[in-house]
Design a protein. Structure first.
Length: 137
């Protein structure tokens, strides 16, 4: 709530909190600002299954270690050509880790054809990174 208030009041950003199965499965509270391409994540419970970020347990460990209220957790690149981005990264030694997530349609945000894949942290200076592609209806 503090982060939502800060970004809204001090910086004028609007967020929509994710509802439904995704936050429950991931064990996180999620809020998205599509116009500024920013996502706020707060760990609230252990995940019900392994997710392709966020990992609430890792996020909680990073928060505890920082002794602060927030950490930069991940950088997600929105790409136009998903396969080309993955191939370009691979050509420069950046591997994909885990399975690609695909969603045909998300009613809450009016998204379709969503694809996301995490990149191997060993290849990205230890920074969580991913590629995402989606269409806005």
């Amino acid at each position: 709530d503090r982060a939502l208030g800060l970004f809204k009041n001090a910086f004028g950003l609007e967020f929509t909190e994710v509802v439904g199965a995704a936050p429950e499965i991931a064990g996180c509270r999620l809020a998205l600002s599509f116009d500024k391409q920013l996502e706020l994540i707060s760990p609230v419970a252990p995940p019900k299954q392994e997710t392709n970020p966020p990992d609430p347990l890792e996020l909680k460990r990073r928060l505890d270690a920082s002794k602060g209220d927030a950490v930069l957790y991940a950088v997600i690149y929105k790409v136009k050509d998903f396969d080309a981005a993955v191939a370009h990264a691979a050509a420069h030694g950046v591997r994909v880790t885990g399975d690609k997530l695909e969603f045909a349609r998300d009613g809450q945000f009016g998204l379709s054809n969503l694809e996301e894949v995490a990149l191997n942290e060993d290849d990205t200076l230890g920074i969580k990174m991913a590629f995402v592609k989606y269409d806005r209806d």
